[in-house]
Design a binder for this molecule. Structure first.
Ligand SMILES: *Cc1c(COP(=O)(O)O)cnc(C)c1O
Length: 439
């Protein structure tokens, strides 16, 4: 008979507070800087874009922050998310390792992103915001925010990178189903978009252009605020529910993780799973290895520099101290696997600097090979992003087999890949390639 596969939490065991690693860093995080003066940014500068409550969370050093009851009520639609033992994957790999995965793909939008979209919409509603503006690439963030806005009765205006708008229509339809308005960016809605269109009428758009449009939209419409789905401290904070639940679920499983793998694009799902375990390393002296896995074609942690850089191409955001490939970096066009951001959350970058986490990079064909193995053994089709963590876990499990050692491995499975089947099709048809240097 198989060992137990799931470790359900009871209602009273759900986290009621978010965990803020800023309170426990042995060295303080370098602050964001004003791009003009290069002085640390003041709260009032950020309050044009975000409500005061979220600005306060962004800068807070409180270790525990209460999750409002209204947010917990919405979390209850899909939380706690399951932690599963991947018994069939273990068998397929013939490994003595025990492999677990924390699955965020059960949320309405299919990823971890509603964990922050819900509180962001809630705090905006409370502050009297009528409308949120944001950008989205492939649409995971846009659909999460559209869902959260529908719950709290806010309008939602989304600038979606044009190439995705045309090539990946399903998440656009999902956003519209939740009631959001979606514009292909560059759009005619903003001065910046019109300028880009005048210069390059057939522009495919980019995340940088879409961010600039969403920020301009926010500044020009009274009652509108801006929302960001990764990178920022308050986003990492909201995602900590993932790791807090996982700690309790691993206790129910009666096992202590030796190594944790999470994928990293902007860093938010990785932070959410990892930071509560980082706390235990700092406080209880545990030796858990915690590994961020990124694409070899967009390797900000493994090949980027740690320095101050802009969050966007148009140089409108504050400067953040982070691992970066440069704010003009474009991932190679062969890259199909998501995780395209040039930078990395300052908090995740700081963890790497302090030696609290490690980082690895994987080429996309290896990622999809592991994704298909996972789908065929566990049944879940993983998001291409999440599959970076699976690929690293598979290598670790194979190492356990060759070394004849049991280890307990935890994978952060940030989402499902049901709206990413076109990328699977590219892989299965043999058309997917790695870059010149094996990226
Ligand atoms: C957006 C997304 C990511 C990347 O964002 P992070 O901020 O690095 O977590 C990873 N996985 C899934 C499923 C996503 O939707």
């Amino acid at each position: 008979m198989n060992p137990p596969l799931t470790f359900p939490l009871r209602a009273g065991e759900m986290p009621t507070q978010w965990y803020n690693l800023l309170a426990d860093f042995p060295e303080p995080l370098p602050p964001p800087l004003h791009p003009g003066t290069r002085e640390p940014v003041t709260p009032d500068l950020m309050m044009g874009l975000f409500p005061e409550s979220l600005v306060a969370q962004e800068m807070s050093n409180e270790r525990w922050i209460e999750i409002p009851a209204a947010v917990r009520d919405v979390y209850a639609l899909y939380r706690p998310t399951p932690l599963l033992r991947a018994v069939r994957l273990e068998k397929a790999l013939q490994t003595p390792a025990h492999i677990y995965y924390k699955y965020e793909g059960v949320s309405p939008a299919g990823s971890h992103k509603p964990n922050t979209a819900i509180p962001q919409a809630y705090y905006n509603k409370l502050a009297g915001t009528k409308r949120l503006a944001t950008e989205t690439g492939a649409g995971q963030w846009g659909s999460s925010l559209a869902f959260a806005c529908s719950v709290f009765g806010l309008e939602c205006n989304i600038y979606m990178v044009k190439v995705s708008f045309n090539q990946k229509p399903y998440r656009k339809m999902l956003m519209q189903t939740y009631g959001a308005t979606v514009h292909a960016s560059p759009s005619t809605q903003t001065e910046f978009g019109r300028k880009v269109l005048a210069e390059t009428p057939d522009s495919n758009g980019s995340l940088g252009i879409a961010i600039s449009e969403a920020i301009e939209d926010t500044m020009k419409h009274p009652g509108t605020k801006y929302a960001l789905g990764s990178v920022l401290n308050h986003v990492c904070l909201h995602q900590s529910v993932i790791g807090e639940e996982a700690i309790k679920q691993m206790e129910l499983a009666g096992e202590e993780p030796d190594v944790i793998f999470g994928c990293a694009g902007g860093g938010s799902n990785f932070a959410g799973l990892a930071f509560p375990f980082v706390r235990r390393k700092l406080k209880d002296g545990r030796r858990t290895r915690i590994v961020a896995v990124e694409p070899a074609s967009c390797p900000s942690l493994t090949r980027g520099e740690l320095r101050y850089d802009f969050g966007d191409t148009a140089e409108t955001t504050p400067l953040m101290m982070m691992h970066t490939l440069g704010h003009n970096f474009m991932p190679p066009s062969i890259h199909a696997g998501g995780l395209r951001y040039h930078g990395m959350a300052p908090m995740v970058s700081h963890c790497l600097k302090l030696g609290l986490i490690e980082a690895m990079a994987y080429p996309q064909t290896k990622v999809f090979q592991s994704a298909v193995l996972f789908a065929r053994s566990e049944g879940i089709v993983p998001a291409p992003e999440s599959s970076h963590a699976i690929a690293a876990a598979v290598d670790e499990a194979v190492k356990c087999r060759t070394e004849g050692r049991k280890r307990v491995i935890v994978i952060g499975l940030s989402g499902n890949g049901l709206l990413d089947l076109a990328a699977y099709d590219t892989y299965l048809s043999g058309a997917m390639k790695d870059g010149p240097e094996g990226v």
